[in-house]
Ligand binder design. Sequence first.
Ligand SMILES: [Zn+2]
Length: 238
Amino acid sequence: MTDELFREDASLRECSATVLALDEGGVILDRTVFYPLGGGQAGDAGWLTLADGRGVAIADARKSKAHPGAVLHLPGPGVDLSPLVPGTLVSAAIDWQRRHRHMRFHTSTHLLCALVPHPVDGCSITVDYARLDFHMTEPLDKEALTAGITRLVAEAHAVRHRWISEAELDANPGLVRSMSVQPPRGLGRVRVLEIEGVDLQPCGGTHVANTAEIGAVIVTKIEKKSAMTRRVVLGFAA
Ligand SMILES: [Zn+2]
């Protein structure tokens, strides 16, 4: 219902769009650059701007429950949505600083998957930190993991997505790294994210185009969440 432009090009910051509906407390557009919360990655914030220059602040984006396939743009507290009647043309622009931090962290979590060869059973990517829970019992070394990420960033690996058939995915069960987030089924195709020479796994999230774009990311904390879970927390170096 909403054309998700970020799935093909995560570097898009702005697009023109038409309001389809106001529902569930938010705005549904025919197309968008706003990533809705999903796969552990936080939703985008930003602005919708009308032709007359009026702006509507958007605090978060979510997948609509009432309209499958639609992205819901949720306003900040007290924001008036009444100018956005269906049919209104808007410019939809994301808070790029915030999104780019999500992208840098998201690609970092995939690097971490390559460094820690254990199933993932939880993931959260926010503007200030990212965390990944691994299903494992062995201890992890904070400095060694930071050094591993730093090396993969410095090696400047290309990052790209492609679509594979569900049959192809079924033939390669090793591709699914996450126990908690299974790739969406029933669409006939699954999006996979490849970090050239490093990692390949199904993912619908937004990523940088090259690991060099990640910059300085460090492991800030390793926690033993349970007998079978090790949590790794990532942050940006000061
Ligand atoms: Zn991912």
